[in-house]
Design a protein around this ligand. Structure first.
Ligand SMILES: C[S@@+](CC[C@H](N)C(=O)[O-])C[C@H]1O[C@@H](n2cnc3c(N)ncnc32)[C@H](O)[C@@H]1O
Length: 282
């Protein structure tokens, strides 16, 4: 199905309204191929009709399908390496010291805020096991959230095809924390049980998630417009405990988020500990 005059701008509006995704004109092919297939299947003759069906048809499953089609879910286990080293060697030791001072030495809460198909929160779970041993007696919660329902369903299943396993740069950990099942490998229960998943649109008011020691907000800011990015970073920073850390993607930074976000580099990863001396506005 081809975009007609004016329909690209309508689809841009739809992506912004549903997920805050800023599509530029170069994404016309993506609209025509991915959304065109959905439009044809549900009997829409053009993108204009699709827009009104999605916006006013009160069809949650269709909205979920459109959101999944316009978002990019690229991810791998231990993506970019550095953030997971920084977690192990810098962030966890400091967080555990801070927890000790709070009188909660065996508690940890980590949020993977755009977790796609689950590789990021499960990688975090593997790092925790590597660092802290069996985790017996620990209260550890990793929350994985994403806007796209199908990716969350895949994440919850925790089963990965051979090509996804092969993309990990840490084969020894993959061998240790996965077991073979028909069609691929499944994350072992000891890691799976640490992670809970929930559907969440980062551009809407955040639900009560509690406070976190570390938030991974990686490779999602790049899709948003500047004001949405700034607002999101401040709201996410509000979920951090006073000693908490915020980790963003390799191609992202918080330069425009305000003076309270001073970057630090550890293990080749850029991480932030919002500066509590500067008030964080909402
Ligand atoms: C490129 S993946 C990043 C996955 C992982 N964080 C990583 O770095 O490998 C981006 C994810 O952001 C999600 N996403 C996009 N817009 C979102 C929104 N408004 N709220 C929540 N998640 C969103 C997409 O569904 C996608 O799974």
């Amino acid at each position: 199905m081809q975009l007609r005059q004016g329909e690209m701008s309508l689809m841009r509006q739809l992506a912004l309204q549903l997920a805050g995704i800023a599509l530029d004109d170069s994404k016309g092919y993506l609209i025509e191929s991915r959304l065109g297939a959905i439009a044809r299947r549900i009997g829409c003759g053009n993108f204009n009709e699709l827009y009104f069906r999605v916006r006013y048809g009160n069809d949650k499953a269709l909205v979920d399908e459109i959101v999944a089609a316009i978002t990019t879910h690229e991810t791998t286990f231990f993506r970019d390496g550095g953030p997971f080293d920084a977690l192990q060697w810098k962030l966890l030791p400091e967080v555990l010291d801070a927890r000790e001072r709070l009188g909660q030495p065996r508690r940890l809460r980590i949020w993977s805020a755009a977790c796609s198909t689950g590789q990021e929160p499960y990688s975090i779970g593997m790092v925790l096991h590597e660092t802290l041993g069996s985790l017996a007696g620990w209260d550890v919660q990793i929350v994985g959230s994403d806007i796209a329902r199908p990716t969350l369903e895949a994440a919850q299943g925790g089963v990965y095809a051979p090509h996804e396993m092969a993309r990990s740069a840490r084969p020894a950990l993959m061998a240790k924390y996965f077991e073979p099942v028909p069609g691929g490998h499944r994350v072992v229960d000891a890691v799976r049980k640490l992670v809970t998943f929930r559907q969440l649109n980062l551009l809407e008011p955040l639900p009560a998630l509690g406070q976190f020691d570390v938030v991974f907000l990686r490779n999602v800011l790049i899709y948003f417009e500047a004001e949405a990015r700034r607002s999101l970073v401040r709201r996410v920073a509000g979920t951090l405990l006073p000693h908490g850390w915020l980790v963003v993607g390799a191609a992202e930074n918080l330069l425009d988020a305000g003076p309270e976000f001073v970057p630090e580099t550890h293990c080749r990863a850029t991480v932030y500990q919002p500066n509590r001396r500067t008030p964080v506005c909402s």
